[in-house]
Each structure stands twice: as structure tokens, then as C-alpha cells.
Design a protein around this ligand. Sequence first.
Ligand SMILES: Nc1nc2c(c(=O)[nH]1)N[C@@H](CN(C=O)c1ccc(C(=O)N[C@@H](CCC(=O)O)C(=O)O)cc1)CN2
Length: 283
Amino acid sequence: MILDGKAVSEKRLELLKEMIEESGLYPRLATVIVGEDPASQMYVRMKHRACERVGIGSIRIDLPADASTERVLEVIVKLNNDPDINGILVQMPLPPGVDTGRVINAVAPNKDVDGFHPCNIGRLFSGDPLFAPCTPQGIMTILEEYRIPIAGKHAVVIGRSIDVGRPMAALLLNADATVTICHSKTGDLKEEARRADILVSAVGKAKFVGPDMVKEGAAVIDVGINHDEDGKLCGDVDFEAVKDVAGAITPVPGGVGPMTIATLMENTFKAARLETCNSITAW
Ligand SMILES: Nc1nc2c(c(=O)[nH]1)N[C@@H](CN(C=O)c1ccc(C(=O)N[C@@H](CCC(=O)O)C(=O)O)cc1)CN2
């Protein structure tokens, strides 16, 4: 079975549009992009288009590639204090001259719709998430939509990044999976992967996951954004070789990517709702 992330994202965006209309709220997202990286520029454009589609207002702040960390922080502090802004997204990766950690820590946790702030990561790991990072949360939505069982299953996450691998593991754990995180120093990665009922690959290497790493019938989730030898977009999984072994598999494109954006929209609506009902004082 192909897990069609594009179709799920379309469905979720339509539902969200109705929910926003019914709420009478007008959520607002600010994006901050530093530099001219073409892929980042495209993702930010996609995010603003999605905002327009569902009824979220958005502003975009462009900074030059040579912007200092202090300049980026200045922009974030202003957005934190702007009562008209519910969500703040700083497009990643930042140029090497900008201190990513300081930037992430500067975003107000209640506006952190990317879920990268340590407070949000901490809440996620404590089993009480507020904003979970969009890519792993989007994957949970795909699994839920296709009714892939998680509780009691063995999930293996390949990759331990703070934006995907670690939060993915926390979300799966919160859903009662038994979770293994694998990384570059894992002894026998193939053997670990082969034990997975749910295998998530967030490595960033084309064709990293082959059929010999997949248990018959497993759900295989591909987070990779790579290009093959012909320059064509592809994931970490050798899709053609794995699809007949896996019970379910996400394609690239059309799998996890669109869910990242749909989840960002959902998180932004959540931020607006939380502000309205003032429940955020729990911070
Ligand atoms: N601040 C953030 N930065 C980044 C995030 C993030 O969640 N927050 N994730 C990625 C990039 N990303 C969103 O920012 C993203 C990547 C891919 C897609 C997507 O829909 N891809 C399409 C293919 C598009 C194409 O033609 O290349 C697909 O997979 O079908 C959306 C968002 C890193 N940075």
C-alpha cells in the first residue's frame, strides 16, 4: 500500500479551512528566511500558499545571507512581542554565520509552531506535547489516517536529529510503540532495521534503505530529501526495490513532505486558539 501523504495533506487542509472559518479566528504566521537557498525559498513559498488556502494570514521577513545572529534575534524578539502574530517559523537550515541554537531558543515557546524550542521538545518527551515538530507530527497523522497500528509495535527510527529523529521517537513512544533510535555509530543497523514494524528513515542518503533492511509487511516512512544521479528528487528508501517487501510505504515526492506543511498550518491554528483561550499561562 502506498501511503499518499499528498492526499492526506489535502484532506487535512480542507478540514482545517472549515475549522478556521467556524472558529471566527484569523490566525497569523510569520516566516523568517535568511539567505537565498532555492529549496528554502520554495518551501517558504509553499507555506505562504497553504496559509492563503486555509485562511491564515501570513507575513514573510527576508534577511540577507550575511545577516548576523543579532539581527535575526532582533527580528524574532519583535515578532514575539507582536500581538498580531500567533506563530513564528524560521526556515532551516540557517546560513553558517547564524547561531541556530540561539535563534531557536529566542522564539517564544507559545509561538513556536515548528516545535523546535527546548520547552516544546521537553514537553514532547515528557508525554505532554504542545507543539511537536511538523515533519514527525505529520508522519503520525499519516499513520493514523491509514490506521497503521502503533501501540505495542516495534518502531525503528534511523537518524537522531533534533528536528526529526528524536521527536519522531518521542511521538512513537507516546503512542506506546517500543522504539529504537539508530544512528551512524549503531553496530548492526541492518539487523536493527529488519526488526521494525514501523521503519522511519531520516538519514539524507539516496537508496540508503534497501529491501534487505525491511521486514516483510513493515510500514516504511521515508523522510529523506535527496537527488538521484539524474538530479531527480528521491528519498532515503530505494522505493522500487522496497515497495514489494513493505506492507505500506511513503513515496518521495508525495509522502512526508506535504504533511510537514499541513501540520504547520494545524500548529498555527492551535497557537491562535491557545492565545484566545489564554490556556498558555501554564507556561
Ligand atoms: N523551519 C523549518 N525548516 C525546515 C523544515 C521544517 O519543518 N521547519 N523542514 C524541511 C523543509 N520543508 C519545510 O520547511 C519541506 C520539505 C519538503 C516539502 C515538500 O512538500 N516536498 C515535496 C516535494 C517538493 C519538490 O518538488 O521539491 C514532496 O515531498 O512531495 C515541504 C516542506 C527543512 N527545513
